[in-house]
Design a binder for this molecule. Structure first.
Ligand SMILES: *Cc1c(COP(=O)(O)O)cnc(C)c1O
Length: 453
């Protein structure tokens, strides 16, 4: 049996309809810089940073070396009741770069776990300080926080989450300010309407609300929806006013993706709890973190017999190899001024989008913050009418991009463009050119199909 046959016979892939995989299999064998290579030797731009992870490219020497050096000491020991060297060093570094009142780091292995931890901490915090009635969470419609049951319970992308409804705990959902799909099309009107709905809910229910979860500045998996200016800072004010903990999910946006180290810096917002993961190890190993404040930390600090302990942990929490590569990653951020570079090159991406993509007849909206962007394809640009769901125009476009030498995954009919943060101007130009050609070819074909049927 060859590898492709084996993959079809033995694997079940995450977030994948296996019928699609069987029709279009792909096995990556190696990577170098911002490209990956499959087992037949075909090269592809990593246009989505291997699903939003990669920073400095693949096989980055400093990162490879950090893992090798750590291997000569130890690969893993536990963080339950003790710590290790790189996990401790990394915690200090993380607190130094985190938004100000965040002063404690709790490790886990994935973004979803980091969110679970934030939710459990918020819930238990109120219990520990004598407000046990504060148990519920508010979240944004269309929000995505990972795939475990707790994270799904504060998620609200119907197409992924609805089926698991009976398994979830209930949370209140408020609208996200999605300007392109708002009847007014006006950022401020759309923002203020969303905020008013949130405030009305808080006014009525705050006594039972423990926390509010929100992605930072951009809803990622829900369609690359960039929140209007002033939205997140106003959410912070409302959480303060109604005594609700603000949980900001920086798993997608953290570590430079949007042109700030953490996206909440765009609005000078300080969360009570903050989750991060994905790029924390430069895209190498599974480490995630939940940040919190000294105030929340202290609410759990007492004699063991008071049972205020945070009862949560995973086998590989604080893994040395992961923490060692995260430290090397942060060093490269500093040395190569990655965040500043992203913020500069973001303008170049914007220019290219305008020149190459905005003119295409089926590109309805282009949303971008730094190196995080989405291109929404529509059937009718004037009326914003989408392509029919069954037509899978977004999916087909990314398959065409694959053919042309670039990998990404769409969210519905929104084409995601999230290249590694070190992508050069030439690379960005080439990648956007591939996107343009794929969009042109597929949308023309699909639109004609609609006319003739
Ligand atoms: C990817 C993502 C998660 C989940 O992280 P995993 O490491 O895939 O579990 C959570 N929140 C946001 C905003 C994400 O983009």
């Amino acid at each position: 049996m060859n590898l492709i046959e084996k993959s079809k016979k033995y694997l079940w892939l995450p977030f994948t309809q296996m019928k699609d995989y069987d029709e279009n299999p792909l096995i990556i064998e190696s990577g170098e810089g911002i490209k990956v290579k499959d087992i037949d030797g075909n090269e592809y731009y990593d246009g989505f940073s291997s699903v939003w992870l990669n920073v400095h490219g693949h096989r980055k020497k400093e990162l490879d070396d950090a893992i090798r050096a750590q291997l000569d000491k130890i690969a893993h020991s536990t963080l339950l009741g003790m710590t290790n060297v790189p996990a401790t060093e990394l915690a200090e570094k993380l607190v130094k770069i985190a938004p100000k009142p965040l002063s404690r780091v709790f490790y886990s292995d994935s973004g979803a776990e980091a969110v679970e931890i934030a939710i459990k901490m918020a819930f238990q915090y109120w219990k520990n300080i004598g407000f046990p009635q504060k148990q519920k969470f508010i979240t944004l419609k269309n929000g995505y926080h990972g795939d475990t049951i707790g994270a799904v319970s504060v998620g609200a992308v119907d197409i992924f989450h609805k089926v698991y409804g009976p398994l979830m705990f209930e949370s209140y959902k408020v609208p996200v300010p999605y300007v392109y799909r708002h009847p007014s099309g006006d950022a401020e009107i759309c923002r203020d309407e969303s905020l008013e709905i949130l405030e009305n809910l808080l006014k009525e229910k705050h006594e039972e609300i423990a926390g509010l979860t929100v992605e930072s500045m951009v809803q990622g998996a829900g369609g690359m929806i960039v929140m209007p200016k002033g939205y997140l800072s106003r959410v912070r004010e409302l959480c303060d006013k109604y005594n609700v903990l603000l949980i900001i999910d920086e798993v997608a946006t953290g570590f430079g993706r949007t042109g700030k180290m953490f996206a909440c810096e765009h609005e000078n917002v300080f969360p009570d709890l903050m989750t991060a993961g994905k790029k924390i190890t430069g895209g190498y190993l599974p480490i995630a973190v939940t940040f919190t404040t000294e105030k929340i930390y202290k609410a759990f600090y007492d004699d063991y017999t008071k049972l205020k302990t945070f009862f949560h942990g995973h086998s590989y929490t604080g893994n040395q190899l992961g923490c060692a590569v995260a430290l090397a990653n942060l060093k490269l951020f500093e040395q190569n001024q990655i965040v500043q570079q992203v913020s500069e090159k973001a303008n170049y991406i914007k220019e290219l989008f305008e020149k190459e993509l905005s003119v295409l007849p089926h590109v309805g909206d282009i949303r971008q913050l730094g190196f995080m962007s989405g291109i929404e394809l529509v059937r009718d640009k004037k009326t914003k009418e989408p392509f029919p769901f069954e037509q899978r125009v977004g999916y087909k476009t990314t398959l065409k991009m694959r053919e042309l030498g670039m990998l990404t995954r769409p969210t519905g009919d929104v084409i995601v463009f999230m290249p590694p943060l070190v992508s050069s101007r030439e690379d960005l130009k080439e990648m956007i050119h591939i996107m343009k050609r794929a969009i042109e070819i597929v949308t023309t074909e699909e639109a004609n199909l609609l006319v003739t049927t």
